[in-house]
Design a protein around this ligand. Sequence first.
Ligand code: SF4
Length: 212
Amino acid sequence: MVEPKKKYYEKRAQLLLKNLHNRHFEAYYCETAAQALEKALELIPEGATVGWGGAMSAEQIGLIASLNAGNYNTIDRDKATTPAEREKAMKQCLMADVFVAGANALSIDGQMVSIDGNGNRVAAIVYGPDSVVIVAGMNKVVDSLDDALRRARTVAAPSNKQRFAVQTPCEVTGTCADCKSDGCICNQILITRNCKPAGRIKFVIVGEELGL
Ligand code: SF4
């Protein structure tokens, strides 16, 4: 990370953290992915049942590998051998002690936008697990809620769709066409504007570019 960008992220993160705290979220800023991994592991007690969904940033900082290798009861849908097992794992995540996810976009005033195809990720963010740990790079932070919705719909979702086989307009053109197709990954759009109970959702904000 070049120095001016590092300073830019640090200064912007101070305002973001203040606004997240005002909305009763726990929030931490970590300059590097290595520091973010350490912080995220501090927030997840050993022995906990941990699930995740839509967590590319958590994967990039090494959190998913550390959880799978550590003293945790992990629910990893990618280890399922049938669609039924995968579905079961996704439902089990709703009862996990801790749920790990990423953010499609964050507004600087402290609101998170999440887009979901099946709804498992947004369901667990809303209710179920006692603790939710969100890992997000500063590249996800934009200036307003409108910008966050726009980023989630026009950048995060079409980029994310490139990972899946079922065809949608954005997979072909890279641009959202507001589809209603079978493969649509934008069936649920969640705005998380305040944290209740206070501290249930914990943000690990990273001064690096992570995720899509
Ligand atoms: S084209 Fe469909 S799947 Fe792609 S970003 Fe738009 S609504 Fe989502």
